[in-house]
Design a protein around this ligand. Structure first.
Ligand code: DGL
Length: 274
């Protein structure tokens, strides 16, 4: 079994997927990673499914050209819009996608009421609806899209009054209905878990699926014999279609990583490095 040091690719509309990158990094420090933030198009949530699918395919083409050995679609919205077709287009490339953690929430609820916070596109997707249908029979699943929350997090406003207002509008009605688990159905939202806990209190469990997603990455690395060996020194390359300086500031603020960030631009549907 020889080591495979090709990178794992991860992408999101913006900084959200960093909540997944953090978990992958923690569990697999040997792996080289490439992270792409499509901040020229953030938020993906309100965009038509066809547009998000097209952007996702463009990003995956770029990652494949960079020799990615596995791709993590670190975005619930892009997973809902594109995962199925991506798997069909690249049958030999392993993908890990996001799916709101309705199953563990529904299995472990005592009150029989769980809450999910996600974007409108995720709630409309087949992936989410089939998960609710299969795993949440007999459980009340409350949903909220938290309008404006992705933008607040993209600005690094993870603890201010406006962000708290948005969360209270979503969570207080859920609390009144007896929710005891709240699922992060958007990869941006784990960055406001401290604020969510302030609102819901210690009794309510907030579920961030990132560690479970990282474990799935590990299973696929083993299944396809793709593990890297770098003595815990895996490199991470960050790229954004937005402002690299701003992204680099958020990297420090949100995940405590200091790194250079490269700029990408979209040209006729293809990502090009600038
Ligand atoms: N972080 C993304 C998700 O998991 C996308 C949020 C957005 O761009 O609207 O859904």
């Amino acid at each position: 079994m020889s080591p495979d040091n090709r990178p794992i690719g991860l992408f999101d509309s913006g900084v959200g997927g960093l909540s997944v990158l953090r978990a992958v990094r923690d569990q697999f420090p040997d792996e080289n990673l490439i992270y792409i933030a499509d901040q020229a198009h953030v938020p993906y949530g309100p965009r038509p499914k066809t547009e998000v699918a097209k952007l996702s395919h463009g990003i995956v083409r770029f990652l494949v050209n960079r020799d990615a050995k596995l791709v993590v679609v670190a975005c619930n919205t892009a997973s809902a819009a594109a995962l199925k077709k991506l798997r069909a287009s690249y049958p030999t490339l392993p993908f890990v996608g996001m799916e709101p953690a309705v199953k563990p929430a529904a299995e472990e609820t005592n009150s029989g009421v769980v809450g999910v916070l996600a974007t409108p596109a995720t709630f409309q997707g087949e992936l989410y609806n089939s998960t609710v249908e299969r795993f949440a029979q007999g459980v009340t699943v409350l949903q909220h899209t938290c309008p404006g929350l992705v933008r607040q997090i993209e600005m690094g406003h993870v603890a201010d009054a406006e962000t708290k207002d948005i969360l209270e509008r979503a969570l207080i009605p859920m609390l009144e209905k007896g929710v005891d688990k709240v699922v992060m159905g958007c990869t941006h939202y784990p960055f406001v878990i401290p604020l969510i806990k302030e609102i819901v209190g210690a009794e309510i469990e907030v579920i961030d699926p990132a560690p479970a997603v990282a474990r799935q990455v590990g299973r696929l690395l083993d299944q396809y014999d793709l593990r890297a060996k770098t003595g815990g020194k895996g490199q991470i390359q960050f790229m954004t279609t937005g402002d690299p300086e701003e992204f680099s500031r958020l990297l420090i603020q949100l995940v405590g990583l200091e790194s250079q960030v490269k700029r990408l631009v979209w040209i006729k549907g293809e990502l090009v490095e600038r």
